[in-house]
Design a protein. Structure first.
Length: 304
């Protein structure tokens, strides 16, 4: 009987130890730390890292992610919530735009105890839902209000995301929350705004096209001008060459004539006349009086 009671007592003690160990053992996942709160002494100086830890029944552990967590504010069911968490932001031209956002964040490992105190013991997940998300929506509006609709929908999206990330880092830093990145992944204007934006985009594209066409026309005109100038210069050079050639030819002819003239002495002229005379007298002669011309052919025939 005593042995049976002793066995039962041992079993009860073992069961109680197992229960106590089960209740008093906490597991800290990878990428998280745990803040220990003593019900009779406040926050413990010891922060629990990943792994299993045994704590007192009078202690409670709240976990915070020190690894990068990704969260969404979106209408899609793929986000953190099944609810529509997309929100409206303003632009500097008075148009409102509905946006979806993704952001990454973590808690500063060296300041999680302060975060625990500041948010009255809320878990990291609760802080995200009750503080991070609402304030991201609010502070994002302060940044988008500096941009036009065209900028928000156009090629300044990357600049906006970069500025938004820097601004939100600054705003959340005092709370021990580190914002790693922020990105607007979908911006949806109303139909009227979309139509107006499209018209403006089309007008800008037409203007750019006109500028390109004007630049092309200017380039072509400049090329044609250069070709005309080149051709004119070539023709001028050709004319100069031809004129110089003719001048040289005329000079050569003049020099030749001068040399010939200088070489024709009276004796040479008479000798050339003798060399070319066929031995016959002229049939017509003029006397001293050039008004009298005598035909000597008949006289010559009578003499024969």
């Amino acid at each position: 009987m005593r042995k049976s009671l002793g066995g039962i007592a041992t079993a009860v003690i073992i069961a109680l130890v197992v229960i106590v160990l089960f209740v008093c053992t906490v597991r800290i996942p990878a990428g998280y730390v745990g803040v220990v709160y003593n019900m009779n002494g406040g926050i413990s100086d010891r922060t629990l890292t990943q792994g299993f830890h045994v704590i007192s029944p009078t202690q409670n552990v709240t976990t915070y992610s020190i690894g990068i967590e990704q969260s969404y504010l979106t209408a899609s069911k793929d986000g953190d919530s099944s609810d529509d968490e997309s929100f409206e932001v303003p632009s500097n031209d008075g148009k409102g735009l509905t946006v979806d956002m993704t952001f990454t964040y973590r808690y500063d490992a060296d300041r999680v105890a302060d975060t625990f105190t500041r948010f009255k013991g809320q878990s990291g997940k609760d802080v995200k839902n009750s503080f991070i998300k609402p304030n991201i929506m609010s502070w994002t509006k302060e940044v988008t209000a500096k941009y036009s609709v065209i900028d928000l929908l156009g090629d300044k999206r990357a600049t906006l995301n970069s500025e938004l990330t820097d601004y939100l880092k600054q705003k959340f830093e005092p709370y021990g929350i580190v914002i790693e990145s922020v990105s607007l992944i979908n911006i949806d204007p109303d139909e009227e705004t979309r139509s107006a934006v499209q018209k403006k985009v089309n007008a800008q594209q037409d203007l750019e096209l006109a500028k390109i066409e004007q630049q092309t026309a200017n380039v072509n005109a400049e090329k044609e001008k250069e070709v005309a100038i080149t051709k004119a210069n070539q023709e001028k050079e050709t004319a100069q060459i031809n004129a110089e050639a003719k001048l040289i030819e005329a000079q050569a002819q003049a020099d030749a004539n001068r040399l010939i003239s200088q070489s024709l002495t009276p004796e040479l002229i008479r000798q050339q006349m003798y060399d070319k005379w066929d031995g016959k007298l002229p049939t017509v002669q003029a006397g001293n009086d050039s008004s009298v011309i005598v035909d000597t052919s008949d006289i010559l025939q009578q003499g024969d």
